[in-house]
Design a protein around this ligand. Structure first.
Ligand code: G3H
Length: 482
């Protein structure tokens, strides 16, 4: 369908997908504009959120559970009517292919319904009376205050909402800053927000983090920083808060999830899962497999099959059928991936696939690199894009030691068949990361499962169930029998 131009004030939003402009030249496509906020308007937005919370006395934090649920139900019903437009913007703004864009939308709707159901259950469980040692308690669960939410560009709808929705339903008021890429797709939902929630409960700030988010943090009026993205931004924002000890954190950060392929692995299955694990959405997922450890006995055969499969993947525009590889939304990404490839090659790696490293203005074809040295940047850095380092190992202690030394601890994929070897290994791996995927690639969902990580990968846990708890606190009214 025709792409509708969404208007705001003055910041232009471009797609890295190239089309011909009015002058007949090929280049990035202008999609529309969003308001370009300055510090003053960001602080006015924060004031609206603080006023609506009103130190816990506002309409929203004191509203009955059934009424808050009714607002959320109204919102999701209206949101569903915007599916086609949001999906189209997901494809244009971040280059996510059609099936994955549809999945992102549908998964978000499901997440909202699941949150509503879990909230009802939580309310039933937590609002109760207890009596211990002569003290009666009326226990409740209440909001934390004003939340600053920031989602990433790779899931600009789903992961922003994975923070926003539980924060809201628990009675907090929210200021949220959309990701730089994937900002326009919120425009079709603005009316639903306006129609469904009382004034000041949901507030959006547009602009660069240091212009709009940093001044908001500096006021000290933010009670919870909820961010899915990189640690650098999370640390920079925390540092702005005048009283960091008071700030609650809900953070989903970087990861460098490995796959470990044991000598008895079903090779076709392992190759298949490593293809989707490394390259769905071009590897721009925190849960993507970012390094493959393959046992030395099978590495040659693995590389042969894997490299061939990578070369067969289709690159194209997100709406074209069967396309897995799509234009990268960040203009600097192809150049960055090129640097990683060149550096690894300088340090002894070979590009195993024929098309690896072929570059255009908005893409670089995935390179399978082997053997990758541990001082190569692609081994050290979270590439978040289409390049795949492969290492071989003789002794399982090698990948285990690397994982223990890593700054990250989100997930691992383990491929093998002998349960006697797998069982003790799984017991070790669950103490190094938070999710072990047996004979399957890493992923966050289904969203009822805990989404978290050890070390620098996460603070707090996101799942439908855990998120409600992360954005609230247990309180109680105590009285004594006289
Ligand atoms: O960027 C990290 C996302 O949480 C990955 O989610 O595993 O559903 O693609 P996913």
């Amino acid at each position: 369908g025709e792409l509708k131009k969404w208007g705001g004030d003055h910041a232009e939003v471009y797609s890295s997908i190239r089309t011909r402009n009015d002058r007949g030249e090929y280049g990035p496509t202008l999609l529309g504009t969003v308001p370009n906020m300055d510090e003053t308007s960001a602080l006015e937005t924060l004031d609206a959120a603080c006023k609506a919370y009103d130190r816990g006395q506002g309409l929203w934090p004191t509203m009955k559970v059934v009424d808050r649920i009714a607002c959320m139900e109204k919102f999701v019903a209206q949101m569903k009517s915007q599916r086609e437009e949001v999906v189209r913007l997901l494809m244009w703004e971040i280059g996510k292919n059609l099936p994955d864009s549809q999945k992102e939308f549908d998964r978000t709707v499901e997440y909202i319904y699941d949150t509503i159901e879990d909230y009802k259950q939580l309310d039933r469980d937590s609002a109760r009376f207890e009596k211990h040692g002569g003290v009666n308690a009326h226990i409740r669960r209440g909001p934390l205050g004003v939340v600053l939410c920031m989602g990433p560009y790779n899931y600009p709808l789903n992961e922003t909402f994975a923070l926003l929705i539980p924060a809201l339903i628990m009675g907090n008021t929210v200021v949220f800053k959309p990701a730089k890429h994937g900002v326009l797709l919120l425009s079709p939902l603005l009316e639903a927000f306006r129609n469904s929630f009382p004034e000041g409960v949901v507030n959006i700030v547009y602009g660069r983090g240091r212009v709009v988010a940093a001044p908001i943090m500096k006021t000290g009026k933010i009670d919870v920083l909820a961010l899915i993205g990189n640690s650098k931004s999370a640390i920079a924002l925390q540092d702005q808060h005048p009283n960091k000890n008071r700030l609650r954190l809900v953070l989903g950060l970087e990861a460098k999830n490995p796959a470990i392929v044991l000598p008895d692995a079903d090779l076709d299955l392992a190759v298949n899962e490593c293809i989707s694990g490394t390259l769905s959405f071009n590897g721009q997922r925190c849960t993507a497999l970012k390094v493959l450890y393959v046992h030395e006995d099978i590495v040659e055969e693995f590389n042969k099959r894997f490299a061939q499969r990578v070369d067969e993947l289709k690159f194209g525009n997100p709406w074209e059928p069967g396309v897995m590889l799509t234009p990268l939304p960040e203009p600097g990404k192809p150049g960055y991936i090129r640097e990683l490839i060149d550096d690894a090659v300088r340090k002894g790696a070979k590009i195993m696939n024929k098309k690896g490293g072929e570059q255009t203005e908005n893409y670089i074809f995935p390179a399978v690199l082997y053997p990758v040295s541990k001082d190569a940047r692609v081994y050290e850095e979270e590439q978040f894009g289409p390049v795949i380092p492969v290492l071989s190992f003789k002794d399982i202690e090698e990948p285990l030691n690397d994982m223990a030394e890593s700054n990250y601890g989100q997930q691992v994929s383990l491929f093998g068949q002998n349960i006697k070897t797998l069982a003790p290994l799984i017991d070790t791996l669950v103490n190094l990361v938070c999710r072990v995927n047996l004979n399957s690639s890493c992923q966050r969902g289904p969203d009822v499962y805990p989404f978290t990580g050890r070390k620098d990968s996460a603070v707090s846990t996101l799942s439908v169930h855990d998120a409600l708890r992360s954005f609230s606190v247990r309180t109680f009214v105590a009285s004594k029998d006289n």
